[in-house]
Design a protein around this ligand. Structure first.
Ligand SMILES: Cc1ncc(C[n+]2csc(CCOP(=O)(O)OP(=O)(O)O)c2C)c(N)n1
Ligand SMILES: [Mg+2]
Length: 320
């Protein structure tokens, strides 16, 4: 969680200097995301939206690969073709997101159903935002997950906002968790700023999924401490309801570890410094990598037989 916090802060700073394109920060939501990924096993799958930086770090994506994706350089696993924040790795069963909200949720259920048909003891952990619950794909995914008793855990990061739309205008339902009931499986609500609560809830749900108990929807109440993205100005629509420091999951976890005698301020400061140094070194490495991937690459790796219209467009690109 601390690594995600330090890295996120540094990325926002290089974005403000114009060194990368738009970025979606995760500050404030680390507690709703990172703890659950500690219960993933190697053969499990992670399917994310765009605000789960810490989940990819826990899964094992290196700092260099995280930054290569943001610089869109030739080291990037998606060869610079994805929207920023779309991290993933085939080797790590980490599925990158699709930009249309909710579109990847049926894919996640497909992965879980395939694992079940193959009789593999595998679970899928899929993240979504509160706004994604209004998408038709949310219904499609949760409905068929229930029917198939798919081994999947959905974690909805309810940060109260879908860009500028508050959650009160998103749904009239008493909670997001309760929606699971209508799909025939369990839904529960946790405090997303309480790392331990998120860890325990997701560990139990993942074990249940692997053991054939079917899906779970976890609603993690969290707080989007930053703007929606670096292209957004929340001051235009948001009068802050609470001081977010009270909900800061990184601070709360640090304080609880210190109270238990398991951590101290000096070690915390030293760890932040160590992370800052390795992040700066990684930025320096990735920023220098060139040339950028060739434009023609956008036509590769999707179709085994490229349709004529794409071939025509590829020809036009190379002429210009
Ligand atoms: C189908 C679709 N509609 C609209 C958008 C534009 N859009 C990008 S992010 C976003 C808000 C999503 O909110 P939420 O699911 O709560 O996630 P959060 O950003 O809060 O993490 C919207 C509407 C989109 N990407 N896809
Ligand atoms: Mg939201």
């Amino acid at each position: 969680m601390l690594l995600a916090r330090v890295l996120d802060t540094k990325i926002v700073s290089i974005q403000r200097q114009g060194r990368i394109g738009p970025y979606v920060p995760c500050i404030g939501e680390e507690g709703a995301v990172v703890p659950s990924t500690f219960s993933l096993e190697k053969k499990d799958w992670l399917v994310t939206s765009y605000r789960e930086l810490g989940a990819h770090l826990t899964r094992g994506i290196s700092l260099d690969l995280i930054l290569a994706q943001l610089f869109g350089n030739s080291n990037d696993l998606s060869k610079g073709r994805q929207m920023s924040n779309s991290w993933g790795s085939k080797l790590m069963n980490d599925v990158p997101t699709a930009a249309p909200i909710g579109a990847y949720l049926p894919v996640a259920v497909g992965v879980a159903t395939a694992a079940k048909l193959r009789k593999e003891k595998v679970a899928v952990l899929a993240f979504l935002g509160d706004g994604a619950t209004s998408s038709s794909d949310f219904h499609v995914a949760l409905n068929i997950a229930g029917v198939n008793k798919a081994p999947i855990v959905f974690i909805c990061r309810n940060n109260g906002w879908a860009i500028s739309l508050p959650v009160s205008k998103q749904t009239a339902s008493e909670s997001i968790a309760i929606k699971a009931k209508s799909y025939g499986f369990e839904g529960l609500k946790v405090d997303g700023s309480d790392a331990r609560a998120v860890y325990l809830a997701s560990k139990a749900a993942l074990e249940k999924a692997r053991g054939g108990g079917g899906p779970t929807l976890i609603e993690a109440l969290t707080y989007r401490a930053g703007p929606h993205s670096t292209a957004d100005d929340p001051k235009r629509y948001r009068k802050d309801e609470l001081s977010w420091e009270d909900k800061d999951p990184v601070r709360l976890l640090k304080e609880s570890l210190i109270a238990k005698g398991l951590w101290d301020e000096e070690s915390d400061a030293a760890l932040s410094k160590e992370y800052n140094t390795s992040i700066s070194e990684s930025i320096a490495r990735q920023e220098l990598i060139g040339p950028l991937p060739a434009r023609e690459l956008i036509f590769q790796d999707v179709y085994s037989m490229v349709p004529w219209n794409l071939n025509e467009q590829a020809g036009e690109i190379s002429e210009n």
